[in-house]
Design a binder for this molecule. Structure first.
Ligand code: NAD
Length: 543
């Protein structure tokens, strides 16, 4: 049985070394942050303890025998152990959500609105705790972790408009006959999240599901569930009744249980292609509504008339920020015509980025999530060399002296072709593929032939060029001189092609549509049948 006192032996890329659970490998800032988080929050530990399930309003220790180690990606210190929840625990979570649905779905819209208003305030007040948890478990820098939470917070803020958003249609369709539409909740819903945005993505679903009257079973990524546990506690403090939100941990068995459970009516999934296709197919076969956001390969076209400084800084930031672990990372730059001569300067700016632990002052990017992710990224860089690509900036051998065991890869730039594996696959690391094109039309052809369709950007100073790009490019989220055009949540996520499955996007009006179904009511109440009118004193004539 696990004892937090003894080091665990882990084998990573052929090397076996000890991962400390005594926090000795953490530096002073990380150690005190870990201790503070563990003391302050009921559901999460960052000091070698366990992550709890959240069922029916209680943070409960799992009775499982299967635990998943959660190592800090900078030092491999085991911060927490995440349960593979048991079948009974999963059933309890769904039962709690089913029970809570009976009353929550009947609460007034004002009550539900008040919950999200309270939640936005609490999230703001506790932003640093959530960001700290993300830095420890996920590895991104503190500033970037705050951005992770703040982008989720914007969904909560938008959800506060629900009393207006849910206003429906009504028409008198015949004399005294009215038809009106009510948008009613679906029931128990489930949300399955990836590791790369531990706060933002749970917050894509929690506020909208709850504010529309649904109840939710959330399965965070087993690699960094701490932020979700803090958010769950804040939901409770914001007045969310027991059972409306439940958090259950685990990997594939939990996901499959979600896909199969008859009480679960809808699934929101964000993550990679393999899991997404599986969940979409299994969930829809079981009659569930499924929205699934998958992988991506996002291109930036750099026109020769672009503002060079803006274009290069934007591309470097969007390619390497969060160590490239963003589904909207700019992972391909297409240099058009004379802009091809800017490559050395792009390399120069990428070289200047500081790679280090997420708490380190001045760090621009942190480690990858796991040794396996690092190995995969290094393998894909190597494949470029085998396929005839040119690695013009190579981050494979980067070492960060303060963190010798960290999963670091430095910014990498590869001149490649579209047939190469490094271009065809999502790398999900700090790797920018550079392609050359003679004309804008050639660049558009490249993007349109790519199977993914999350996002694309163009850098130009010509309105006409921007208009042509907007009209002809076939991806869902476009940036004109904007590198990461993720729409704010008054709009909906709008990736397309192989980057999404399902027809109803996340948040915005789509989010409301996903979590509601229409009821149209046609009612006849004849005015002449009204009772309680004044008595008639005239002699009845039976007409
Ligand atoms: P992942 O697919 O490995 O995991 C996502 C979730 O699915 C996790 O909760 C995990 O437990 C579960 N899961 C993993 N493998 C599974 C399987 N075989 N069967 C069933 N469930 C499984 O993804 P990740 O590595 O956590 O996240 C990175 C991926 O997410 C990238 O591909 C990225 O592009 C994508 N992503 C997409 C968006 C978007 O909006 N399009 C946003 C963020 C991340």
């Amino acid at each position: 049985m696990f004892s937090p006192r003894f080091p665990q032996l882990r084998s990573i890329r052929g090397r076996t070394f000890a991962t400390s659970t005594t926090l000795s490998a953490l530096n002073a800032v990380a150690r005190s942050t870990a201790q503070q988080l563990s003391a302050d929050w009921k559901g999460t530990s960052a000091t070698g303890g366990t992550t709890k399930n959240f069922i029916g309003g209680e943070f409960v220790e799992s009775k499982t025998t299967e635990w998943i180690d959660l190592p800090d990606p900078s030092t491999q210190t085991v911060l927490s152990r995440v349960p593979q929840a048991t079948h009974d625990e999963f059933e309890q979570a769904v039962d709690a959500a089913s029970q809570a649905y009976k009353t929550w779905s009947r609460t007034s819209v004002i009550t539900r609105q008040r919950f999200v208003m309270n939640l936005q305030q609490l999230l703001r007040e506790n932003a640093d705790s959530i960001a700290n948890s993300i830095v420890l478990e996920q590895g991104k820098t503190f500033a970037d972790a705050r951005g992770d939470l703040l982008r989720g917070l914007q969904v909560v803020e938008t959800a506060t408009a629900v009393s207006t958003t849910l206003l429906g249609d009504k028409l008198e369709v015949s004399k005294d006959m009215d038809t009106y539409v009510k948008r009613v909740p679906l029931g128990v819903c489930a949300s399955i999240a990836p590791f790369n945005f531990p706060a933002m993505i749970p917050l894509w679903t929690i506020p909208i599901a709850a504010v529309t009257g649904n109840t939710l079973v959330l399965k965070p990524s087993e690699r960094d569930p701490g932020a979700a546990m803090i958010i769950a506690e804040l939901c409770q403090k914001a007045g969310l009744p027991d059972g409306v939100l439940n958090v259950i941990h685990g990997g594939v068995p939990t996901v499959n249980a979600i896909c199969d459970h008859p009480a679960i009516k809808a699934i929101s999934f964000v993550g990679g292609d393999k899991a997404g296709r599986h969940i979409y197919e299994r969930g829809t076969q079981n009659g569930k509504r499924v929205q699934a956001n998958l992988g991506a390969k996002n291109h930036a076209i750099v026109m020769p008339d672009a503002n060079k400084n803006l274009a290069l800084n934007s591309i470097v930031g969007a390619a390497f920020g969060a160590a490239g672990q963003r589904c909207m990372a700019l992972s391909v730059a297409i240099l058009v015509g004379e802009a091809q001569s800017w490559l050395p300067e792009l390399v120069e700016r990428a070289q200047k980025l500081k790679v280090s632990g997420g708490f380190e002052p001045g760090a621009d990017l942190g480690p990858l999530i796991s040794p396996a992710a690092k190995k995969r990224v290094i393998g894909l860089i190597g494949s470029a060399e085998e396929d005839g690509g040119n690695v013009v900036l190579d981050g494979r051998n980067l070492t960060v002296p303060e963190y010798p065991e960290g999963n670091f890869v430095g910014p990498t730039i590869i001149e490649a072709g579209t047939k190469m594996k490094c271009y065809q696959q999502e790398i999900f690391g700090p790797v920018l593929i550079v392609l050359r094109a003679e004309t804008m039309d050639d660049a558009l052809d490249i993007i349109n032939e790519n199977r993914y369709g999350n996002g694309a950007a163009i850098f130009t100073q010509s309105g006409a060029t921007a208009k042509k790009f907007e009209t002809e490019v076939n991806v869902g989220q476009l940036g004109v001189n904007v590198p990461i055009p993720v729409p704010l949540p008054m709009f909906a996520w709008s990736g397309n092609k192989a980057s999404v499955l399902g027809d109803i996007g996340f948040y915005g009006k789509s989010g409301i549509n996903f979590y509601t179904q229409n009821k149209t009511i046609t009612s006849l109440w004849r005015a002449e049948d009204a009772v309680g009118t004044r008595a008639s004193v005239n002699m009845p004539t039976h007409h």
